[in-house]
Design a protein around this ligand. Structure first.
Ligand SMILES: NC(=O)c1ccc[n+]([C@@H]2O[C@H](COP(=O)([O-])OP(=O)(O)OC[C@H]3O[C@@H](n4cnc5c(N)ncnc54)[C@H](O)[C@@H]3O)[C@@H](O)[C@H]2O)c1
Length: 258
């Protein structure tokens, strides 16, 4: 049974919030009493997400922009402070996954993946930690992936960026735990989102992807965005006040299997 109020009154920034895991987590957080700042670069989808949350009586504002631009991060932090007076939680979730063999991988794609997936999280932490220090603490949850530690051919920059996120997460946890700032990573396996619908499309349809999911993820199916959202909720909430520097796997035993 769903609990309510696990994030009551907390001010939360979520990036990549217009679809997939970001949107699913935003909906769950709203149900748990959070006040939200949604960040995404897709204006129409972002507006639809805000409307949906408002219709459900949620407190929600948005910042439309690219998280690899420092200006977007600055605006998100300012928006949270102006609107809610504080920032309790950040869910650094936005990410992209262009694939290709390392020998043919364009330098520009490498730089873009690193900027969106990894540097944006560094910039957000840099901007938000001073605010959290003023308040006496906060929780940062960084979206990594099971692919930070296990990979397959073609995930050149993606795997490197997701592994970098774990390093960043641990460093922040070690540096700021005493001051009440926790930082953890989420490592999902296959999740049912647009990102994987594109993977299925490239493979010739969902029927072609299913056997691979079954082989790689002992759960036998993709996780839902809600199932990932509940793990993020735990790390965001005061239920996890002694948890910092950890990587929470939501991977249906993918990382446990040979
Ligand atoms: N889907 C999976 O199986 C899976 C597994 C492990 C980790 N992840 C990670 O979860 C995160 C969310 O993925 P998803 O599956 O929900 O994907 P998605 O494509 O459904 O959603 C990603 C969202 O991020 C936004 N976004 C992308 N680049 C952005 C940028 N530069 N600035 C602002 N917003 C941007 C997109 O517009 C989109 O709304 C990603 O970091 C991804 O790597 C996904």
């Amino acid at each position: 049974m769903a609990q309510r109020g696990r994030l009551a009154g907390k001010s939360v920034i979520i990036t990549g919030a217009a679809s997939g895991i970001g949107l699913g987590t935003a909906e769950l957080f709203m149900e748990e009493g959070a006040k939200l700042v949604l960040v995404d670069l897709q204006p129409e989808m972002l507006e639809q997400a805000v409307t949906r949350l408002h219709d459900a009586s949620g407190e929600c504002v948005s910042v439309c922009g690219d998280v690899s631009e420092p200006y977007t991060i600055t605006r998100a932090v300012q928006r949270a402070i102006e609107t809610y007076g504080k920032i309790d939680v950040v869910f650094n979730n936005a990410g992209i996954m262009p694939t290709g063999p390392v020998t043919e991988y364009p330098d520009e794609s490498w730089d873009r993946v690193m900027a969106v997936n990894l540097k944006s999280m560094f910039m957000m932490c840099k901007m938000v930690i001073p605010e959290m220090l003023k308040q006496g603490g906060g929780s940062i949850v960084n979206m990594s992936s099971v692919m930070a530690g296990l990979t397959e051919p073609g995930y050149t920059a993606y795997t490197a960026s997701k592994a970098g996120i774990i390093g960043l997460t641990k460093e922040i946890a070690v540096s700021y735990s005493e001051q009440g700032i926790r930082c953890n990573a989420i490592c999902p396996g296959w999740v049912d989102t647009e990102m994987n619908r594109k993977v299925a499309e490239d493979m010739g349809g969902m029927d072609k992807l299913q056997p691979l999911i079954k082989r790689q993820q002992p759960l036998g199916r993709m996780a839902t965005v809600r199932e990932v959202g509940y793990a993020v909720l735990f790390l965001a909430s005061d239920e996890s006040t002694a948890v910092s520097g950890s990587c929470l796997y939501v991977d249906g035993a993918s990382s446990a299997s040979i």
